[in-house]
Design a protein around this ligand. Structure first.
Ligand code: ADP
Ligand code: MG
Length: 323
């Protein structure tokens, strides 16, 4: 029998890669990074994935490695920051080489795709918990904030929303999806693609932005409060995949408006910038859809394609409120 994998062997084997940009990576008490250029700011954000809370026991480790970093990159995307480096604090019930290999594979594949490097972290035994802190750079004053929306702005969303919630409902037994729909929606839940290129392209175009993690309307609520404005949203304009369009209307609306785990960008821009928004979307090869407008009157008004007002029953996810 081979000796069990120790903490430091584990770090050396699975989480130590040559650094390209950092002056010093894994192995000392701190990592050392070059400071950003004088006209840049550091964007920094942490997101934690907890077993039983954010993912089900037995989840594919490769997908978890991807998702743990993806949800963090999504926060950099939301402010329009360029990914630079990240740290990983990880608690594991045991040092299982098979799990670690899969996790590291998913993690580093996405890290390489976005040119971000792992420079340090912490490793401990405990209930499975994955916490990443990402760091990026953004030119001073160009970060896209939640507080920048102005009355009259168009409201836009990237990609499509609702597929992750559709997949989750199947896994929770709320409804049953056919095999083809499972194949098209499970990756949206397990391997979200952070919209980093779009965030960068929108820097000089959008007024306000955030990423959708808790549900489109719930996250929009955060943006409206931060900007001290209201909005009118056309539920029927919200972009849906073909899989979601074939679902019953009430389920489709629930998934799109209150679903969460979408990691799409929600952003506002003045109507004079419509061509610039289209150019940014083309540059980032990411479709965007106009779903409403920002109003001076506070509150959120939900309508359908005919202009009929709908009840907003689409509360998003809240760790201490959602059962
Ligand atoms: P310290 O005792 O200073 O907290 P540790 O012994 O916890 O340092 O970690 C040793 C080195 O390994 C440090 O450079 C730390 O940043 C790095 N490290 C620990 N866990 C991880 C991890 N999961 N991923 C990347 N680097 C890690
Ligand atoms: Mg430590």
């Amino acid at each position: 029998m081979t000796a069990p994998l120790g903490e430091f062997d584990l770090i050396a084997r699975y989480f130590t890669r040559p650094v390209r940009r950092a002056a010093l990576g894994v192995g000392d008490d701190c990592a050392l990074l070059a400071a950003p250029a004088a006209n840049e700011q550091i964007a920094i954000s942490s997101d934690m994935l907890v077993e039983g809370r954010h993912f089900l026991p037995g989840a594919d480790p490769d997908a978890l490695g991807h998702k743990a970093l993806a949800v963090n990159l999504s926060d950099l995307a939301a402010v329009g920051a360029r990914p630079h480096a990240f740290t990983l604090a990880i608690a594991l019930p045991e040092a299982d080489p098979r799990w670690l290999e899969g996790f590291a594979r998913g993690l580093f594949a996405l890290a390489e795709a976005h040119d971000i490097e792992l420079v340090g972290g912490d490793t401990t035994r405990g209930p499975r918990n994955l916490c990443i802190t990402v760091l990026g750079f953004v030119p001073r004053g160009l970060a896209l904030l939640r507080s920048g929306a102005r009355p009259g702005d168009d409201l836009w969303v990237s990609g499509t929303v609702g597929d992750a919630r559709l997949a989750l409902g199947h896994r929770l037994g709320e409804w049953t999806l056919d095999a083809q729909t499972q194949d098209s929606t499970f990756p949206r839940m397990d391997r979200p693609e952070p919209r980093v290129a779009l965030g960068l392209a929108l820097r000089n175009v959008a007024q306000a932005a955030l990423d959708i993690s808790d549900g489109l309307l719930a996250d929009l609520g955060h943006l409206l409060r931060a900007s001290k404005v209201g909005a009118t949203v056309d539920a029927d304009a919200c972009p849906a995949s073909a899989a979601l369009r074939s679902q019953p209307l009430q389920r489709r609306r629930l998934c799109q408006l209150a679903g969460g785990d979408d990691y799409e960008l929600l952003f506002t821009a003045p109507p004079t910038e419509r061509n610039a928004v289209a150019a940014a979307a083309a540059q980032a090869a990411t479709p965007v859809t106009r779903i409403g407008r920002i109003d001076a009157e506070p509150g959120l008004r939900l309508i359908d394609a005919s202009g009929q007002v709908l009840d907003n029953v689409y509360a998003g996810f809240d760790h201490f409120r959602t059962p």
